[in-house]
Design a binder for this molecule. Structure first.
Ligand code: MSP
Length: 513
């Protein structure tokens, strides 16, 4: 039996103390599109997402809601599971850091690091606010003018010390630099790679990895006064979900190391520095790639609950439909850069690309076929050079798009597909099949066939981006559902196949008043 190549992709795990918005859907969507693409391209895929549920903020939030912390987590983790469903993410697993499998794996990793001499006890000190139950960085602290230091929340802070375990991150500076030098594509985009390099070159300090001031966390093995502090707990999800510490687990064997951790740029350091150092220290393989994308902003400002400009995915799906939302998020912003969302750019983009270029082309073509070709796939006769040019451009799509997807250049992948749709629009206008109907019906049939073939290939390659709309388009082209994988690119439409009556795939969207 031939074994299929495998591919493991992960999203960050989301903090449960936030209400999910469209920014949270963004990393998941990027992963989902690549996961669907790889599946259609014959890979054995594993797509992991989940929720990050420990820490003081969660403990405090649960107390404020007057519910037990675990019950609170169940409730809010569900918001992210609902988001994944609403966005039609095809994740193979959803890990929660409060699950038994994660506790076991985390504690096992801690023990391995400890036995390797990578953990020691010391004390952690910092500016602490009793009312916020949180530490603040020195640059966040200011004077209140009355001799006290205050946090950005306005609450008083005091310099305190507590015992803490530390990970010997400082040991790993040179091994990390060697690793980056040998793997220049490890951190992407390139600007992020340089950022990481500069950070590590400037020197690494040991990392505080436990706390005694709260208890909602994974207990440190053999020291119940301490719970693990965020990053050891959170990052480890990528391997505990595969069965770690059982490295003989079939999932671990097949899928570790991850092919790519997709993250937002604000958590780059943790993934590109701390995580590889922990894995090296535990003698585990390192992920192949960390891709840091930019942040989505609304009308030029960061989306946040306090500014009141948060948009939820569910809201957008209701307004414009899921496929249009998925298309817009992947097309509008060059992946890796920050992007700003505004209603105006969104409606313009969707109407021009989807309703006009693609939807209209499909509807126009299939309506003529329905009326004048007996609602069957038309039979082409001799192909002219113009026909050949368009068909060649469509046939080149898989190779072009595959390369762009491997580079996670989603916006370029989509623009290269849409360029073929524009070409097909120019072609139909130049060939004018509605005129040929009277002058040369045979030529009309050929032209319509050429456009339908082009549409078939466009729809196949766009499936990962717009799964439902492209399924409808392929249905209308009478492409059997078992012939929609990328190996099927080479199987042209069967002439004479009966076609269902056409209906618009992308209605024109009217922006709100
Ligand atoms: N729990 C940590 C991650 C641990 S991973 C081992 C965390 N969670 S988070 O919920 O605050 O953010 C998770 C991710 O959501 C970010 O990395 C980013 O990918 C995504 N985004 C949250 N807001 C976003 C935008 N406004 N725009 C784009 N992505 C955003 O950090």
């Amino acid at each position: 039996m031939v074994t299929r190549p495998s591919f493991f992709i992960t999203t960050p795990i989301y903090y449960v103390n936030a209400v999910p918005h469209i920014g949270h859907a963004y990393s998941g969507l990027a992963c989902d599109v690549l996961a669907r693409f790889k599946r259609l391209d014959g890979f054995d895929m594993h797509f992991l997402t989940g929720t990050d549920e420990h820490g003081q903020k969660v403990e405090t939030a649960a107390r404020q809601c007057n519910i037990e912390t675990r019950a609170y987590c169940d409730q809010v983790s569900k918001n992210f599971q609902d988001l994944a469903r609403a966005m039609k993410f095809s994740n193979d697993d959803f890990i929660r850091t409060t699950q038994e499998r994660h506790y076991k794996g985390c504690q096992a990793l801690w023990r391995v690091l400890d036995q390797a001499g990578q953990i020691y006890q010391n004390s952690y000190s910092g500016w602490y606010s009793v009312s916020d139950e949180a530490y603040y960085d020195a640059e966040e602290i200011s004077d209140d003018g009355k001799g006290s230091k205050i946090a950005p929340t306005g609450s008083r802070v005091a310099w305190i010390e507590e015992p803490s375990y530390f990970f010997r991150l400082s040991n790993w500076q040179q091994p990390l630099l060697d690793f980056y030098a040998e793997n220049p594509d490890f951190v992407q985009p390139e600007s992020r790679h340089n950022e990481v390099l500069r950070f590590v070159e400037s020197g690494l300090q040991d990392l505080s990895i436990s706390r005694t001031k709260f208890s909602w966390g994974i207990p440190v093995p053999d020291d119940p006064d301490h719970v693990m502090y965020v990053w050891v707990d959170a990052l480890t999800n990528y391997i505990t979900a595969l069965g770690y510490p059982d490295t003989s687990d079939a999932r671990f064997q097949k899928f570790w190391p991850a092919d790519v951790h997709v993250i937002g740029k604000e958590i780059l350091r943790f993934h590109a520095v701390y995580w590889p150092a922990m894995l090296m220290a535990a003698k585990l393989e390192l992920p192949r790639r960390v891709y840091a994308h930019g942040l989505l902003m609304r009308d030029g400002r960061k989306m946040s609950k306090s500014i009141g400009n948060v948009v939820t995915a569910q809201e957008m799906i209701q307004r414009i439909g899921l496929d249009a939302l998925r298309y817009f998020l992947m097309r509008e912003v060059p992946f890796g850069q920050d992007g700003t969302y505004s209603d105006q750019t969104m409606y313009n983009r969707l109407n021009s690309d989807l309703a006009n270029d693609l939807g209209n082309l499909c509807q126009r073509t299939l309506s003529i076929v329905a009326k004048h070709c007996a609602a069957q796939v038309p039979t082409p006769s001799v192909l002219t050079p113009e026909d050949e040019v368009l068909l060649k451009r469509a046939a080149a799509l898989p190779a072009t798009v595959r390369e762009l997807m491997d580079a996670m250049a989603y916006h370029r992948a989509l623009s290269s597909v849409m360029a073929v749709a524009s070409e097909a629009n120019r072609y139909i206008n130049a060939m004018a099949p509605w005129v040929l109907r009277k002058t040369d019906p045979e030529r009309m049939a050929t032209v319509l066939y050429v456009i339908m073939e082009t549409l078939r290939q466009i729809a196949l390659i766009l499936q990962p981006f717009m799964p439902d709309a492209m399924a409808r388009m392929l249905d209308q082209l009478a492409v059997p559902s078992d012939q929609r994988a990328f190996v099927d690119f080479a199987k042209p439409l069967v002439t004479g196949n009966p076609l269902p009556s056409p209906s618009p795939v992308f209605p024109r969207l009217t922006p709100p008043e």
